[in-house]
Design a protein around this ligand. Structure first.
Ligand SMILES: O=C(O)C1=C[C@@H](OP(=O)(O)O)[C@@H](O)[C@H](O)C1
Ligand SMILES: C=C(OP(=O)(O)O)C(=O)O
Length: 406
């Protein structure tokens, strides 16, 4: 199964390209609701983005940033990465999004921007950033335990602030650290000086963001439902172009599936998973890779021994409250799932058919699809919501089931 480009890399590359000192090219870009919203946002603020190769190659020419309207949909990367860029615009930037987006945590980013010198109205979507054509920047202390995107968003635009930015995190541990490492790595590739020597501190020196040519890796988190399919059915699934090393959280699926009993091999860039006869449960801290929790929860619901998923309290602020949603849907199918303070406990139980609700959450939808491979008569409601990051999921899934190469 060939999966399209990474959402996280595509949307970071777009922000960096819009702030760069010249034209950039992004090849292998993901085209999906979240990345199209990012493209729309940057165009609205004055960036020229042209498309080639069916839209997967993007030529980005930075322009003078101006005011405009930004639709965030339900995309965390748009609502957290664009406001720091908007504070550099010459004019008001109005942000809005889906109803469900209005409850996603935003205050930390907006308060941080205020303390770095920005004029911002609002605490969450909808809000307005009154861009003044530049920003002072400086030092800010935030609690990033709710989302790594609070840190990534500030870091991505920080080199363009007069004083750069120093972020101190103060609070419970920051989730999704590999995503912050991805941000730092991409900033450094664009010539930005980033200092990460001290724990919970990130320093970006003021300076130029160099134009970049990026080859986007496949989205490894989006590959996980396909690999999980092999694990739950005792079948085999291969994903080509799997990077040897990466900052993508999805790479952690290899170790997770091995621990649950699958055989995982990587050879010449292709990752192959062979499912075991009996899938075992797992006790695991997913704080670094919370994006994988819905896939792992689906696997756990089909495992023969209990599982405990830890370190993912922040999933309550994702597309939906994913802990509550997973418990409700697994329970509806006769499974045994309970919420803990920071995660889920899932025990073996005979599952039966029924409706699986998606809550406008692409990863809830794919979790239901995994369970439906093994349990008869599971109907996933609103499978089209997978278009948030993987349009055409249904046909890829069907191709996998018929053994057709995608
Ligand atoms: O920076 C990014 O691209 C992302 C960071 C993570 O967010 P959280 O730290 O809020 O979990 C991840 O879950 C999300 O899908 C994408
Ligand atoms: C949490 C996710 O998305 P977002 O970028 O909207 O935060 C996700 O894709 O699992």
């Amino acid at each position: 199964m060939t999966v399209p480009g990474s959402k996280s890399i595509t949307n970071r590359a777009l922000i960096l390209a819009a702030l760069a000192d010249g034209p950039s090219t992004i090849a292998g870009a993901l085209r999906s609701r979240d990345t199209d919203l990012m493209i729309g946002a940057l165009r609205a603020l004055g960036t020229t983005i042209t498309e080639r190769d069916g839209g997967t190659t993007l030529d980005v020419v930075p322009g003078d940033l101006r005011g405009g309207e930004v639709a965030c949909g339900l995309a965390g990367t748009v609502m957290r990465f664009v406001p720091p860029l908007a504070s550099l615009a010459d004019g008001d930037v109005f942000f809005d999004g889906d109803e469900q987006a209005k409850t996603r945590p935003m205050g930390t980013v907006l308060d941080a921007l205020r303390s770095l010198g920005a004029d911002v109205d609002g605490e969450g979507l909808p809000f307005t950033v009154h861009g003044a054509g530049g920003l002072r920047g400086g030092t800010v202390t935030i609690d990033a335990s709710g989302s790594s995107q609070f840190v990534s968003g500030l870091l991505l635009s920080a080199a363009r602030y007069d004083e750069g930015v120093t972020i101190h995190h103060d609070g419970k541990p920051v989730p999704s650290m590999p995503h912050i490492e991805m941000t730092v790595e991409m900033l450094r590739a664009a010539g930005v000086e980033v200092d990460t020597a001290d724990a919970n501190t990130w320093r970006v020196a003021p300076g130029t963001i160099r134009a970049i040519d990026v080859d986007v890796e496949p989205d490894l988190s989006n590959a996980t439902p396909f690999l999980a399919a092999a694990a739950v059915t005792g079948g085999t699934v291969s994903v080509p172009m799997w990077p040897k090393s990466t900052t993508q959280a999805g790479d952690a699926i290899r170790g997770i599936l091995e621990r649950m009993g699958a055989t995982v091999t990587w050879s010449e860039g292709t990752l192959t998973v062979r499912g075991p006869e009996r899938l075992t449960g797992i006790d695991i801290d997913l704080r670094d890779v919370g994006e994988l929790a819905p896939t792992v929860a689906a696997l756990a619901a089909l495992a023969t021994t209990p599982s405990q998923l830890r370190g993912i309290a922040h999933l309550r602020g994702h597309e939906t409250d994913r802990l509550a949603a997973l418990v409700t849907e697994i329970t509806r199918l006769g499974g045994s799932a309970t919420e803990t303070e920071d995660g889920l406990r899932i025990e073996p139980a005979g599952l039966h058919g029924g409706q699986w609700q998606s809550y406008a959450d692409h990863r809830m939808a794919t979790a239901g699809a995994i369970i439906g491979l093994v349990v008869d008569d599971v109907e996933v409601h609103d499978i089209g919501t997978t278009a948030k990051t993987l349009p055409g999921f249904e046909s890829l899934w069907a191709a996998m089931l018929t053994g057709t190469r995608s």
